[in-house]
Ligand binder design. Structure first.
Ligand code: ASP
Length: 331
């Protein structure tokens, strides 16, 4: 199986941008001292994303380095992949469901726990932008299917044919041998989840996907579900997921990871624990893919994935550092 690098991490340390994160002395919910405040090196602003979507983190970094908000950074960052027609797992050009319809899922969450999501939206190239409109222009969190599409048109989004010739041909090939079975596909899927901290120390996240290739019509995974595919708590940190969405939903994965960080785990420890809990519930299953990335308020990052070939790449403006994290765990 071909697999790409899991995470690209873009951050920088420059005199003008070195900002100490603003950290409450005690946790709001437990009243305990805030965990992990002893991190010496401030690493914010910072943006990280799942997989090897370096152009996306570069875009997020452009926003952050100009003093922009983490919300704008993650929004513009993930849009790079939504607009990338060669990326068949996100946005325009994504692989269709088994009926040949491209349906997209996305969500976004800001520092104040405002959030918006669209599920199974069709004909709209940038679902993350519609998710943000849901967050900012409606009293709701989620809009689904036709309702989401209708809302997008009302907000001025254009109708776009998302099924590229390449994705159409592949789908037609798939139909010849698939017997049209809704098998959870272990390879033809990915998601861009992105987390960022801006110069004020505020965290935001975004997550967008075309979901499982050739999924059943109407299937939605974890990616647009706040708490599952993405969660941000500005006091603690953020997490986002990629992989078999059904497993992430079952464990409310991203929320779990943020809560583990609240209890004192590092982002890396929290991601590992999240993955291990999923494996523990799936002892009989082989070869499925689950990955999380996380960031805490201090700008520390973590990533963990059950999949061979996984590496954890960090880079700053001081140079690129590739960290083979040894984070592939045999299931
Ligand atoms: N989590 C996505 C979904 O289940 C797919 C992926 O990230 O690979 O729809």
């Amino acid at each position: 199986m071909q697999r790409r690098k899991f995470l690209k991490n873009s951050g920088a340390l420059t005199a003008g941008m070195l900002t100490t994160p603003i950290i409450a002395a005690t946790d709001t919910y437990t009243n305990n001292p805030k965990p992990r405040t002893n991190v010496s090196k401030a690493t914010i602003p910072i943006a990280i994303c799942t997989w090897d979507f370096g152009n996306a983190t570069a875009k997020a970094w452009e926003v952050l380095s100009l003093g922009g908000s983490s919300l704008d950074a993650v929004h513009q960052g993930v849009m790079v992949e939504e607009n990338n027609l060669d990326n068949q797992t996100v946005g325009n050009g994504g692989r269709p469901d088994r009926d040949g319809n491209v349906t997209l899922d996305a969500c976004i969450m800001d520092k104040d726990a405002n959030c918006g999501a669209v599920l199974a939206i069709q004909n709209i190239a940038n679902p993350i932008s519609v998710a943000r409109k849901v967050m900012e222009e409606t009293p709701h969190v989620m809009l689904v299917g036709k309702g989401a599409e209708q809302f997008a048109y009302e907000q001025g989004f254009e109708k776009t044919n998302l099924l590229t010739e390449k994705s159409k041909k592949e789908w037609e090939e798939w139909k010849k041998t698939s017997q049209y079975k809704p098998i959870i596909n272990i390879e033809n899927h990915d998601t861009i989840g992105m987390l960022a901290i801006d110069k004020n120390g505020d965290i935001a996240g975004a997550c967008t996907t075309s979901g499982m290739a050739y999924k059943m019509a109407g299937r939605v995974g974890d990616s647009p579900i706040i708490g599952a595919g993405l969660f941000v708590d500005n006091e603690v940190g953020g997490a986002t997921a990629t992989g078999v969405g059904e497993e992430v939903v079952r464990t409310v994965g991203s929320f779990l990871i943020v809560e583990l960080m609240r209890q004192g785990k590092s982002p890396q420890e929290a991601c590992e624990e999240g993955v291990k809990r999923i494996i523990a519930k799936n002892k009989d299953k082989q070869d499925f893919q689950i990955g999380f990335i996380a960031i805490n308020k201090q700008g520390e990052t973590g990533a963990y994935c059950i999949h061979p070939g996984f590496t954890y790449r960090t880079y700053t403006d001081e140079g690129h550092v590739n960290n083979p994290s040894g984070s592939y765990l045999k299931s």
